[in-house]
Design a protein around this ligand. Structure first.
Ligand code: SAM
Ligand code: DTB
Ligand code: SF4
Length: 332
């Protein structure tokens, strides 16, 4: 027998949206006995969302490789030998064809990523045309183009952009061991410009780069104490790519990853928490735990930017096993 729930089974009053999280509080949350942590995350998740629904985004690399930055995890940095060939910005028509195909698979949002430190103004004209075209198909739009100035954010808003992805990646203290070509404050400045332009913020980080427990708490504290919680929070597990400085990093324990998802859900109760890169290497059981811990968004489709994602057929089978339904219209 199959039962469809339109509302959470045990609706709870909404959790308080706080911006005064201390790193110590968050570290204590992450270290809770697992059952207690999941119970708290589930309770908060159900107060804000239908726990059956998962938001679906499809990702396309519109400009791949050759990036001047030195992010130690990234296969697209020009400084690392990873076998990723640099390519030019895709033509608008080719991007729109990919967006149409994504819509047919049930994607709700189309995310376009470019391997830039920051966009040039003439590139932005082309990206704005992509945003307009994708929006006209009835898809939500997201782009990630690197650092932005205030006027560039305003142009993207005018083109109809719904979300801008720009990650803090890790704690302020660990950041310098991962990236030397720009500083944490540069990222916070870009996030300010995006928020001030009235674009939804998509901002998260990467777990499993060799950071300590305190850095994981520090990343979540930095995210949860932004002036507004990011509407979308991608939590990536490092995809260790050969040729990058982090290529030989030891694999993350999925249970540790689930703990971060749960703590993200508790500290940012009303945000979409996206189970992002690294999902392909997780078992169905580990992914199920992530959904139970409050993840309610994924990247769908066989590729991320340059690396593999879980195959759609596997995702459909998993959704069917878990009774997950695709969210069709997020509250914007
Ligand atoms: N160049 C732009 C920027 O850095 O903001 C946009 C693209 S960049 C690839 C977007 C994000 O992807 C990074 O901030 C990082 O969090 C994530 N990412 C990149 N490579 C990854 C990897 N190997 N494993 C996990 N996440 C990764
Ligand atoms: C995010 O936080 N994760 C996505 C998206 N934002 C742009 C990117 C993941 C990239 C993984 C490595 C690759 O495929 O190149
Ligand atoms: Fe460039 Fe973005 Fe990769 Fe850093 S994460 S090297 S900025 S593409």
């Amino acid at each position: 027998m199959s039962i469809t729930l339109n509302k959470p089974a045990h609706a709870m009053p909404p959790a308080l949206v706080r911006h005064d999280w201390t790193r110590v509080d968050i570290a204590a949350l992450i270290a809770l006995p697992f059952a207690e942590l999941i119970f708290r995350a589930q309770t908060i998740h159900r107060a804000h969302f239908n726990p059956q629904e998962v938001q679906i985004s499809t990702l396309l690399s519109i400009k791949t490789g050759g990036c001047p930055e030195d992010c130690a995890y990234c296969p697209q940095s020009a400084g690392f030998e990873t076998g990723v060939d640099a390519s030019k910005l895709m033509a608008v028509d080719a991007v729109l064809a990919e967006a149409r195909a994504a819509k047919e698979t049930g994607a709700q949002r189309f995310c376009m990523g470019a391997a830039w430190r920051s966009p040039k103004d003439h590139d932005l004209d082309q990206v704005c045309a992509m945003i307009e075209g994708v929006k006209a198909m009835g898809l939500e739009t997201c782009v990630t183009l690197g650092m932005l100035r205030a006027e560039q954010a305003a142009r993207l808003k005018q083109a109809g952009l719904d979300y801008y992805n720009h990650n803090l990646d890790t704690s302020p203290e660990f950041y310098g061991q991962v990236i030397t070509t720009r500083v944490y404050q540069d990222r916070l400045d870009t996030l300010d410009h995006v928020r001030n332009a009235g674009i939804n913020v998509c901002c998260g980080g990467i777990i499993g780069m060799g950071e300590g427990a305190d850095d994981r708490a520090g990343l979540l504290a930095a995210l949860a104490n932004l002036p507004e919680h990011p509407q979308s929070v991608p939590i990536n597990a490092l995809v260790a790519v050969e040729g990058t400085p982090l290529g030989a990093t030891e694999k993350l324990d999925p249970i540790d990853f689930v703990r971060i998802i749960a703590a993200a859900r508790i500290t940012m109760p009303a945000s979409f928490i996206r189970l992002s890169a690294g999902r392909e290497s997780f078992s169905d059981e580990a992914q199920a735990l992530c959904f139970m811990a409050g993840a309610n968004s994924i990247f769908y489709g066989p590729r991320l930017l340059t690396t593999k994602n879980a195959e759609a057929t596997r995702d459909e089978a998993l959704f069917s096993k878990l009774g997950i339904v695709k969210l069709h219209s997020a509250a914007l």
